[in-house]
Write a protein that binds this ligand. Structure first.
Ligand SMILES: [Mn+2]
Length: 254
């Protein structure tokens, strides 16, 4: 009779993996310098949390806050401030944080590599110097950059974790080496692994939530869920929401 706008249903799937009752986890994928999307997704999480009060809320950043997008410094600043609003904020160190921190040691070779994989945008976002960045040599950037990045940012990123376990879920930046116990995983795998993890369909005993590898849509498999939807380029930043045995997603689309 009346035209009725179809309300956006909250797709929620039940699974055999669960987190303890009374808790909710929001885990956010690779942000890569898109503070606009980060702010938007936090707003959606804020609204979601207000509409559905819960005993304990954990907010996890899956890593790769910096590089590629234009606002890396702003993203890190926003991430640091989240604890004012959310009591339990946890950060995983991504491969891009690893390279950023390495570049801040003044090592020219590491700076060069960092800038090659997307760090140039990060350097730009922190660059507040009389020296013109486009005319600066790698040696000059390696020397100047450490003085331009606030100590609070270095400390925050450096204090990130490598593995987070909650209930039947494990959160890592890139993935895990299949068949290797969690406590024996190598940092290079946790932060960098791709096909050896992505193509492996064995049961890990836990559900692995990861970022790092871009897919157009959430990549839901029986043993892992990838939520890096390529925000810096696609404009879609995704969060997975876990509660008891259910999971759903929030993103910055439409
Ligand atoms: Mn990434």
């Amino acid at each position: 009779m009346f035209w009725k706008r179809k309300s956006k249903a909250v797709a929620q799937s039940r699974s055999s993996f669960a987190i303890p009752d009374g808790q909710r986890v929001y885990a956010i994928g690779d942000i890569h310098g898109r503070d606009d999307l980060f702010a938007e997704l936090i707003q959606r999480i804020r609204a979601d949390a207000a509409a559905r009060p819960v005993g304990h809320l954990t907010l996890i950043l899956l890593g790769d806050l910096v590089d590629r997008g234009p606002q890396s410094a702003e993203v890190v600043e926003r991430a640091i401030g989240l604890h004012h609003e959310f009591t339990d904020v946890r950060l995983l160190i991504g491969n891009h944080e690893e390279c950023f921190l390495a570049a801040l040691t003044g090592d020219v070779r590491r700076l060069r590599y960092f800038m090659r994989i997307g760090g140039e945008a990060t350097v730009q976002s922190y660059w507040n110097s009389d020296v013109n960045l486009s005319e600066a040599s790698f040696e000059e950037v390696a020397e100047i950059l450490p003085g331009l990045v606030p100590a609070s940012h270095v400390q925050f990123l450096g204090a990130g974790e490598d593995v987070i376990e909650i209930g039947d879920y494990v959160f890592v930046h890139a993935g895990i080496r299949p068949g290797v116990p969690l406590e024996k995983q190598e940092l290079s795998d946790l932060r960098w692994i791709r096909d050896d993890f992505l193509d492996d369909d064995r049961d890990h005993g836990v559900m692995v939530i990861h970022g790092h590898t871009i897919r157009e849509n959430v990549d839901e498999r029986p043993n892992r869920i990838g939520i890096d939807t390529g925000a810096y380029d696609s404009g879609i930043l995704t969060a997975i929401v876990l509660e008891s045995g259910t999971r759903r997603y929030l993103d910055t689309a439409d």
